[in-house]
Design a protein around this ligand. Structure first.
Ligand code: KIV
Length: 271
């Protein structure tokens, strides 16, 4: 049931797994308000992420680190009002999962106050205990590995992850451990395409890529990047869909069609 007491027609974790099994690509985008969420929802987007990227594209910050739980709940509630068909995923902001207790309380807030269907959490195998605890409580988790923007200072910048053999082996292990702990989906950011392909082959759960090549089970991009309105550095893995489309719904639809047909990402978007 939805928060309004209507039966929910949103896509489920089970359906996402079926899509992977059938080789049906999963189209995902971020959104931060009800109006854009409604456009995405009615143009075939399967998963809508309220990401802490809102710190950069909405709040004009340099990193996602200052984004708070209250910011996320506020935008999550707004987006939830525009979503009928897509699965709604909310990203846990920096420090909201600093301990198992905090993660359980904050993920619970996303489910109860913002109507989330899944939470996304950055981190590798070291997040195993958190994923197990959330899974035990029935909270679906998407584990975000590869480039983790909340660790930008530790990583020394926004750079491709897993290029060296040891790092690649560690990422395969992270994916395995997180899935075994109960993660229902994996998200790979800025990963060489051959490594991403191995992770997709190993995983039984859907693997969504952003800058992770075409073998992934689905793709995600930041909405403002595909609409050409992000300022500053535009990542190589993104594409401005407003160049060939005259309105926002058509741009969203073109992105969804490209993902579904395997046309996006093209070789020039991959590492
Ligand atoms: O926060 C976010 O929007 C994300 C995407 C870039 C995947 O994590």
């Amino acid at each position: 049931m939805s928060a309004q007491g209507k039966p929910s027609a949103r896509l489920t974790v089970r359906k996402l797994k079926e899509m992977k099994a059938k080789g049906e690509k999963i189209a995902c985008l971020t959104a931060y308000d009800a109006s854009f969420a409604q456009v995405l929802d009615s143009n075939g987007v399967d998963v809508i992420l309220v990401g802490d990227s809102l710190g950069m594209v909405i709040q004009g910050l340099d990193t996602t680190l200052p984004v708070t739980m209250d910011d996320m709940v506020y935008h999550g509630q707004a987006v939830a009002r525009g979503v009928n068909h897509a699965l709604l995923m909310l990203g846990m902001p920096f420090m909201s999962d600093a301990s198992v207790e905090k993660a359980v309380e904050n993920a619970g807030r996303f489910m109860q106050q913002a109507g989330a269907n899944m939470v996304k959490m950055e981190g590798g195998a070291d997040q195993q205990e958190l994923v197990t605890s959330l899974t035990r409580l029935g909270i679906p988790v998407c584990a975000h590995i590869g480039l983790q923007p909340q660790r930008v200072h530790k990583l020394g910048g926004y750079r491709v992850q897993g290029r060296e053999q040891a790092a690649a082996e560690q990422m395969l292990e992270d994916a395995r451990v997180l899935e075994a702990a109960g993660a229902d989906m994996l998200l790979l950011e800025c990963v060489p395409e051959d490594l991403a392909a191995k992770i997709c082959q190993q995983a039984k759960v859907p693997v969504i890529g952003i800058g992770a090549g075409n073998a992934c089970d689905g793709q995600i991009l930041v909405l403002y990047d595909i609409l050409g309105i992000s300022t500053g550095h535009i990542p190589k893995f993104s594409k401005n869909y407003m160049v060939e489309n005259s309105d926002i719904p058509s741009a969203v639809k073109a992105y969804v069609d490209d993902v579904k047909q395997g046309r996006f990402p093209a070789p020039e978007h991959c590492f």
